[in-house]
Design a protein around this ligand. Structure first.
Ligand code: PLP
Length: 420
């Protein structure tokens, strides 16, 4: 390692990254644009991540060998499928270091997990009660609360962020009232990349006996989260953003809180006994898992977690920060580039615009070079309004992105500035 090279650690990691890339078939697929061969530079990881072969094999293997409905059939295959499904719950429990396996509820993703809490938790509130959010939330951690607020007469309050995209938690005392019943905050902004000071927010809320829901969609895939250490009351995340299958996700909730909530959806599995006029509710987690679940989704997420833990979540976090620093150093040299979100220690997300070029034109130009980024409001309209923009282009990293990917991205932006 060259100690005088500020990017020596990043360069030293490239062998490992190239080895990992070989696990992802899609990263090696050929692409052509206008008859020209291109290498895929996939920088839309905050949107969804690619899947390693072991996850693909697990999904196929589930259908080839073990497919049967869970918790219903008294036959060997049904028992095997149930073992796989409930085994995935144990896997998620250890991954998060949850205290109890019943605290792991399977959902179809972060969005459903937050809707579940918004509908059930707010059912017990009174008109005039308040929910505290932030101004940087994804619509998934905003609209469900707006819907609950309209239904139950609640008020929503918001912690603002400053021009660097840093959450202004020093405003917590002035925003706080004794009507606040829940705080719901993203662990990491999907637009700004800001990693929020969860420990401080949770300590502040808990000192006032108020629970905290964490939207972990952008954090759980990229850093180690220990729910007991963090002491969050709810945590939501999606499998597809962490190398797992789509349409599957997790709500973690503390046992005593989950037990107090009413059921979410009605149907099979969430009941113990049913009469024509009424039903007895099942115990957690089944109380919140009505209907046939996404069995292969659970198997695939467990395989993805095994994979990510082998790669190392601390390593992933460190590597993405190194790649972000390297890319930013080069990107800011491109004339006319504005980056939105410069919070210290932010995660591997770069939202940006180039003078006068619409984000969609920019991303279309990058796409022709094989560089996949996202353009739009990133499901965070209020955040975009706060930034004073309609849309931005967004490059987002995962551990399989290389220095070559970063270089190709910056070079494509530079060319776009010249050509558009
Ligand atoms: N929260 C954040 C911060 C996100 O970035 C996303 C998706 O991009 C979501 C929630 C919603 O996730 P999903 O669409 O997987 O439910």
């Amino acid at each position: 390692m060259d100690l005088h090279d500020p990017h020596a650690e990043l360069r030293a990691a490239q062998d490992k990254v190239h080895r990992l890339r070989a696990d992802f078939p899609i990263l090696n697929r050929p692409l052509t644009y206008g008859g020209k061969a291109r290498t895929l530079v996939y920088l839309d990881n905050a949107n969804t991540t690619q899947k390693p072969q072991i996850v693909l094999d697990t999904l196929m293997g589930y259908y080839q060998n073990s497919n049967a409905n869970v918790a219903r059939a008294i036959h060997s295959l049904g028992e095997e499928s149930t073992r796989i499904f409930e085994g995935a719950r144990d896997r998620v429990k250890t991954f998060l270091n949850a205290a109890h396996r019943e605290e792991i509820i399977f959902t179809k993703g972060t969005t459903e997990a937050i809707n579940l809490v918004a509908l059930t938790f707010c059912d017990g509130l009174s008109a005039g009660d308040e929910i505290l959010l932030t101004e940087m939330e994804h619509h998934a951690n905003l609209v469900p609360w707006q819907m609950a607020a309209a239904r139950y007469g609640l008020t929503l309050k918001f912690i603002p962020f400053d021009d660097n995209g840093v959450l202004q938690i020093e405003k917590l005392p002035e925003l706080w009232t004794d009507r606040i019943r829940l705080v719901a905050v993203t662990a990491m902004s999907n637009v700004l990349g800001t990693i929020n000071p969860l420990a401080e927010i949770i300590a502040f809320a808990h000192a006032r006996n108020v629970p905290v829901l964490v939207d972990g969609a952008q954090a759980v895939p990229h850093q180690k989260i220990d729910v007991q250490e963090l002491d969050c009351d709810f945590l939501a995340f999606s499998s597809h953003k962490m190398c797992g299958p789509t349409g599957f996700g997790v709500l973690y909730g503390k046992k005593d809180l989950l037990e107090k909530l009413p059921p979410y959806q009605g149907g099979g599995n969430m009941i113990r006994s049913v009469w024509l006029e009424t039903f007895d509710t099942n115990v957690i987690p089944y109380k919140f898992e009505a209907g046939t679940p996404h069995m292969e989704g659970a198997a695939g997420l467990a395989a993805a977690i095994d994979y990510l833990e082998t790669v190392g979540l601390d390593w992933i976090h460190r590597y993405e920060q190194l790649l972000l620093a390297y890319t930013m150093e080069k990107l800011v040299l491109v004339p006319g580039v504005t980056v939105y979100g410069n919070a210290p220690g932010k995660g591997g997300i770069i939202s940006f615009l180039v003078n006068g070029i619409h984000a969609h034109d920019l991303s279309e130009y990058l796409d022709r070079k094989g560089v996949a980024v996202r353009a739009g409001h990133h499901c965070a309209h209020p955040l975009a309004r706060r930034l004073g923009v309609v849309s931005t282009a967004r490059a987002s990293f995962y551990f399989y992105n290389t220095i070559e990917d970063a270089d190709a991205f910056v070079e494509a932006v530079r060319e776009a500035v010249d050509k558009l």
